[in-house]
Design a protein around this ligand. Structure first.
Ligand SMILES: [Fe+2]
Length: 276
């Protein structure tokens, strides 16, 4: 069972659409069972689009659906109402929380998908609006889960709700494989209450580390999508691999980090205050 995790496309222009559409052959070769959009689809999405059927999102979600059975979570560049509309339209049989959170039950695994929309409606905000009701939903879901992954757009650190989130995770740490998040546009690993959390590669542009220029052509090589294979084990990032956008090369998280670090400084990045 393979899940393609497409994060941070940040569509802005025709070149970005072309890059997305031409990724189809690579997706087909990877043969994922499920496509999971991980937020920040259209760069100016949240400031320009609130209509649930806005054409840019319809086009992007149609593309995801053409590749496979697709689900979406919300980023800080997206309006939650658009994301919820797509999921409910595509999957009327799935039980969504009030905020649109959902669980994909896949054999022994539960993929718990948490919605983290921008804290201010209509504005790009790095801080996400995760409510106490959502955290309660997460706690209840973990209670009945066997092996779980948690997937969300924002890093579960540096937020007003991060301590509460960690407190919910802690008693279930042994059965949570990994927290997968997006947003940062660089390789990053965190420890959240004993659970490894790793940042998905962006499909759109990388952000350079402070003081670096984002002009080097080769850094484009490691942009791509995450490929979560529930049947594989990988020592660093359990069950996770990465597909480069160029050439479709699959690599481990370690290889992805190494490639990135050829062009950007190797120091760990700080979490709070960033606004990709
Ligand atoms: Fe983001």
């Amino acid at each position: 069972m393979k899940i393609l995790l497409l994060a941070d496309t940040h569509i802005r222009d025709a070149n970005d659409w072309q890059a997305l559409e031409s990724f189809g052959d690579i997706v087909a070769a990877a043969a994922p069972d499920i496509i999971l959009g991980c937020g920040d689809y259209v760069h100016e999405g949240v400031t320009r689009y609130q209509d649930p059927e806005t054409p840019e999102y319809e086009r992007l979600f149609a593309q995801l659906s053409a590749w496979g059975k697709s689900y979406t979570i919300c980023g800080n560049h997206d309006a939650l109402k658009i994301i919820r509309h797509h999921n409910q339209k595509m999957h009327p049989d799935v039980g969504f929380s009030d905020k649109g959170d959902f669980v994909l039950a896949l054999g022994d695994y539960n993929l718990i998908c948490l919605q983290t929309p921008p804290a201010v409606t209509g504005r790009v905000r790095a801080n996400a609006d995760v409510t106490p009701q959502q955290l309660q939903w997460l706690a209840q879901t973990l209670q009945t889960s066997r092996i779980a992954y948690i997937i969300m757009h924002h890093p579960p650190a540096g937020q007003t709700w991060s301590e509460d989130f960690a407190a919910i995770i802690r008693p279930h740490a042994a059965k949570i494989k990994t927290i997968l998040y997006a947003h940062q546009h660089w390789p990053e690993e965190l420890d959240i209450a004993g659970v490894p959390a790793i940042c998905l590669p962006p499909f759109g542009r990388f952000l350079p580390a402070p003081g670096m220029e984002a002009t080097h052509e080769e850094f484009h090589l490691v942009r791509g999508a995450g490929l979560l294979d529930l049947d594989l084990e990988s020592p660093l990032a359990p069950n996770a691999a990465w597909i480069s956008r160029v050439g479709g090369r699959q690599m481990t998280y370690q290889e992805y980090q190494n490639e990135y670090r050829q062009y950007f400084r190797p120091e760990p990045m700080s979490i709070p205050g960033t606004q990709p």
